[in-house]
Ligand binder design. Structure first.
Ligand SMILES: *Cc1c(COP(=O)(O)O)cnc(C)c1O
Length: 411
């Protein structure tokens, strides 16, 4: 077997391991993890780290949460997969419990976040034709610039990130892009063929971009006035990250028509996603019109039920608010000391690093060397999204380490 040049150039064994035969669609930090508990993970050399990424918020409940692991173990020994050709005894309770948590009537279970987004778009289009009377194959959806909704061809087709879309066309038509946070631009983009507005209540991948006050309420009004669907992609912002079950309600004070959930819904154990809406919307799907081999499988539903149960505990959300205040206070102290600016909401921050000190990547590598794991986004921004269950001392330690790293880079 011949190795390509970059592999041959690696020196340490864990670089070799990282460079094994996986496609090079990621550039991971030089760390190889083998176990984890709560907000702590351990690498193959036995070094411990504080995880401040939490699987891009898939690990909101931390690594190895006992209730989630127990639910998975119980279900593993009973029944893992049936396909939707048959019923399974976990699907009904999962859908009922998630619908109750979200306050909607129906759940369409899928697997990954991107599938939830694709499914939500399919439902919105079908609803547009059947309920709103849009002429067939004319439906349009308004989306926001700098969005991140996943990696399928359909989704990257309306991304504005050249890295995400270039080289992957041709793309599906029917999407109109407007600036994020600009209600007037959104209102102007809605036309007679528009069936839905798809937005993230907080743009995570874009660098934790919180919209201006009143924006989500304006999206609600625009959709209500036009008689179209407000589709909220809460795959990353939902499930506690902002201190609320749903950011649209908690931050925006309004209700979307369709919620897209994923990431933490699977408890960091397996991919579980869902489209959650009322029957008037999800009811447009009839047998044979949409599906998924793995969506709604009993193992995923059992873990999803445990995740819903944890999310229904108000103490966790109160903890997010408390920890979020610490995060904000500590970051404020770093502004002008290596941090240009930052945006934070709940236990979630996008920290813009002074380019004079280096890139986000430089900072993340230095953090990694000091036992803190975080990931840069868009060059100069470090995203912090630790597990919601992180101990206060660990959070403070991680932020102190960030301060030391920045001071070190400043020389
Ligand atoms: C991560 C993410 C997705 C895609 O989820 P996958 O499980 O990676 O497909 C979609 N929308 C948002 C807002 C996300 O953060």
């Amino acid at each position: 077997m011949t190795l390509t040049d970059p592999l041959a150039a690696t020196t340490t064994w864990h670089e070799q391991l990282l460079a094994e035969r996986s496609a090079h669609n990621y550039a991971p930090l030089p760390v190889v993890l083998t176990s984890g508990s709560g907000a702590r993970v351990v690498d193959v050399e036995g070094r411990e780290y504080i995880d401040c990424l939490a699987g891009y918020s898939a690990l909101n409940f931390g690594h190895g949460h006992p209730a989630l692991v127990a639910a998975a173990h119980r279900q593993l020994d009973r029944l893992t997969l049936t396909g939707r050709a048959f019923g399974n005894d976990q699907l009904g309770p999962f859908c009922a419990e998630l619908a109750a948590l979200v306050g909607k009537q129906m759940v369409l279970p899928m697997n990954t976040g991107a599938e939830a987004v694709e499914s939500g778009l399919k439902v919105a289009r079908k609803w547009g034709y059947e309920v709103r009377g849009v002429p067939h194959d004319r439906a349009r959806v308004v989306v926001a610039a700098n969005n991140f909704h996943g990696r399928t061809i359909g989704i990257v087709g309306f991304s504005t990130d050249p890295e995400a879309r270039n080289g992957f066309g041709p793309f599906a038509p029917g999407f109109d892009v407007v600036p994020y946070g600009d209600a007037d631009a959104l209102r102007a983009a809605v036309g007679p063929e528009t069936v839905a507005v798809l937005v993230e209540p907080v743009q995570g991948e874009a660098g934790v971009v919180v919209p201006p006050p009143g924006y989500l309420a304006a999206v609600r009004d625009i959709c209500t006035d036009a008689g179209i669907l407000f589709v909220a992609d809460e795959v990353q912002s939902g499930f506690g990250r902002t201190g609320h079950v749903l950011a649209t309600r908690g931050l925006g004070g309004v209700d979307a028509d369709v919620y897209l959930l994923g990431k933490a819904l699977g408890g960091g154990i397996l991919p579980v996603s869902a489209v959650v809406a009322d029957e008037a919307v999800l009811g447009v799907l009839r047998p044979g019109q949409h599906g998924s081999t793995f969506g709604g499988n009993p193992l995923a539903c059992a873990v999803g039920r445990a995740a819903v149960g944890l999310m229904a505990e108000p103490a966790l959300l109160r903890q997010v608010v408390t920890l979020g205040e610490i995060l904000r206070t500590e970051l404020e102290a770093l502004v002008g000391r290596g941090v240009v600016t930052f945006r934070s909401v709940g236990l979630w921050a996008g920290v813009d690093i002074d380019p004079a000190l280096g890139t986000g990547r430089t900072v993340c590598e230095a953090l990694c060397a000091r036992g803190v794991l975080a990931k840069e986004t868009h060059g100069a921004t470090v995203r912090l999204s630790p597990p919601l269950v992180i101990a206060e001392a660990d959070l403070r330690h991680a932020l102190a380490t960030l301060g030391e790293v920045l001071a070190g880079l400043a020389g």
